[in-house]
Design a protein around this ligand. Structure first.
Ligand SMILES: *[C@@H]1O[C@H](CO)[C@@H](O)[C@H](O)[C@H]1NC(C)=O
Ligand SMILES: *[C@@H]1O[C@H](CO)[C@@H](O)[C@H](O)[C@H]1NC(C)=O
Ligand SMILES: *[C@@H]1O[C@H](CO)[C@@H](O)[C@H](O)[C@H]1NC(C)=O
Length: 266
């Protein structure tokens, strides 16, 4: 699906620095460095494209959107200082063991706080949990459970032996997630698409969009995989197949308020 919301490419989050050693045999001492938070850049990744039949896909999209709506309620805020701050949030190991063995679980409790140091009382922060052993070129994701009261349980399965560094990144505070979701649902008209048609020596540009409000004849381009259609105004005396390429440009409008933009200003 195309989204009309721009998500900043360069993000800052928090990083939990800690390393621990995973043993294959029990009763070995754990070496645990102290925990702290440092600012560190992170980049969002594009999710994989789903493959399924059209009716199934439609239903799945509908259900996913409903779920996302429930998961992303409005989170109004008056100032950035009351939104989740990586620097003020704290993480601690739950039930720390004397030693960790391959296959064990490492549970971390994250307490989210705002920029004033006050505990958050609701969930919804976009967190990413990973552990890695760069020397082994090994990495795995952790599972984040939102307890919906400002605390999160982060669980890692310790898959391999050796030194492991868990990391926890705040990609967006819940207020930012909510603002992006609202803005994303406010329409596709934030991006201007222009189709280029060529036939012989004539070249014509026309307007294209996912939803096109035009009384003139339209060309429909259907993505057979996900059954989503894209439309262009049909140029006079040219077949729809004469479309060669398309370019897009952002309109100078935003559905985010100035206050909300500050959450993505890093
Ligand atoms: C984090 O810990 C390292 C040592 O492990 C220390 O040098 C650094 O100053 C700490 N950073 C903060 C922000 O406390
Ligand atoms: C958050 O919710 C969990 C699960 O319901 C509960 O165990 C925990 O005590 C709560 N923490 C706070 C700070 O309210
Ligand atoms: C389409 O455009 C007309 C005229 O500009 C407008 O009156 C109408 O509300 C628009 N319809 C939609 C669905 O945007």
């Amino acid at each position: 699906m195309l989204s009309s919301t721009l998500i900043p490419q360069s993000l800052l989050g928090f990083s939990l620095s800690c390393s621990l050693f995973i043993w294959t045999t029990p009763k070995m001492p754990i070496s645990l460095h102290h925990w702290n938070f440092t600012m560190k850049p992170s980049c969002p990744e594009v999710p994989p494209h789903p493959v399924a039949s059209s009716a199934e896909t439609e239903l799945r999209i509908e259900r996913t959107m409903e779920k996302l709506d429930q998961l992303t309620p409005p989170r109004p805020f008056t100032h950035r200082v009351t939104t989740t701050s990586a620097a003020h949030s704290t993480a601690s190991i739950l039930h720390p063991g004397d030693a960790y063995r391959r296959g064990d679980q490492l549970d971390i409790l994250l307490e989210a706080r705002d920029h004033l140091g006050h505990k958050k009382t609701d969930g919804g922060d976009f967190l990413r949990a990973r552990m890695s052993s760069p020397a082994l070129k090994a990495g795995a994701s952790g599972k984040v459970t939102d307890l919906n009261n400002g605390t999160y349980l982060v669980s890692f399965t310790l898959f391999w032996e050796g030194w492991v560094s868990p990391s926890l990144l705040l990609i967006h505070p819940s207020e930012g997630v909510s603002a992006l979701w609202r803005a994303r649902n406010q329409g596709y008209d934030r991006v201007i698409f222009t189709g280029h048609f060529a036939r012989g020596t004539s070249h014509v540009n026309t307007d294209c969009a996912l939803v096109l409000n035009s009384s003139t004849e339209l060309c429909e381009y259907l993505d057979t995989q996900d059954q989503e259609a894209f439309y262009c105004v049909r140029p006079p005396h040219m077949p729809c197949a004469a479309l060669t390429h398309m370019h897009s440009q952002n309109k100078d409008v935003s559905y985010l308020s100035k206050q909300e933009w500050r959450l993505f200003d890093r």
